[in-house]
Design a binder for this molecule. Sequence first.
Ligand code: TRP
Ligand code: SF4
Length: 333
Amino acid sequence: MKVKSFRILSGMRPTGPLHLGHLHGVLKNWLTFQEQHECFYFVADWHALTTEYESPQKIKEFVKELFLEWLSVGLSPEKSVLFLQSLVKEHAELSLIFSMITPVAWLERNPTYKDMIQNLQNKDLTTYGFLGYPVLQAADILIYKAEKVPVGLDQVPHLELTREIARRFNFLYGTEFFPEPEALLSEVPKIPGIDGRKMSKSYGNAIFLNDPPEVVRKKVLSYVTDVQRPRKSDPGDPEKRCVAYNLIKFYFSEEEKKEVIEGCKNTQLGCVECKKKLADKIIESLTEIWERRTKIEKEDWEEMLREGVKKARAIAKKTMEEVNALLGFTYKL
Ligand code: TRP
Ligand code: SF4
């Protein structure tokens, strides 16, 4: 039975290579959605510019890298509308109009904004563009009248702002023009990094999708294990104390997990052997992605996005015509 289909939209900033955390936490969901819903996925390069304005060249490299990775994990231009934000200029136009009706106080009290300013003290983020980040995001979402937006918890305040902007627009211009989109908070599995903290590029504890197999193996073998098990002869408790086990959970079948727990508790299984098996599994599951990537690298990735950009532009253009009509900005010159 086909469930009700929604228009789903989400974006990613091109600021670095993807790792297993993105794969399990974000992309797997996107892949499921594209089988059932009308999906719009875009690379938010203007949003990257809010923090990386000193190095636009790096953004450009990551744009290509991100699209190659999306295509290699199985996002398909035949199933989803895949595009690049800066190629659909209407996002900027709608963002400008939203900026006129968005009180600065709404933006200043945004917790994500306050956090970022605090955490990235080596960058000057006191710019107009960075403060307006959620306004541009509201435009990204509302220009397609998206209903559901799969995002992480940190983005929930931005979705709330998007709804407030939609309400204000509808109130001011006397219509029910924009729907109020909802955040789609799927259970995000916590993928541990090598050191046990959340996997993240900035912690230097990540396994990247484009790491070669030998690097993946080396990283997996350096995962923290049960600290109360310095020797093989000490019994371990994987579920309570082993970081590597928290990754094993995602890659081993129920039966294999049982074997690990047993072997670890009864000291038959050593950590090196255990992590070697884990490395094999991870490499095996990444192989499909690597193979697809090799094929895609031979094709013209920009060409693969052409249809997506075209579709996005057509919808965005229509929305902007309607918005301008509501404002009376309809000149025949
Ligand atoms: N702000 C999002 C992030 O950092 C990226 C993003 C930009 C986005 N525009 C969007 C996500 C629109 C969902 C919808 O992850
Ligand atoms: Fe963890 Fe495996 Fe070592 Fe047990 S044997 S502590 S599960 S790595």
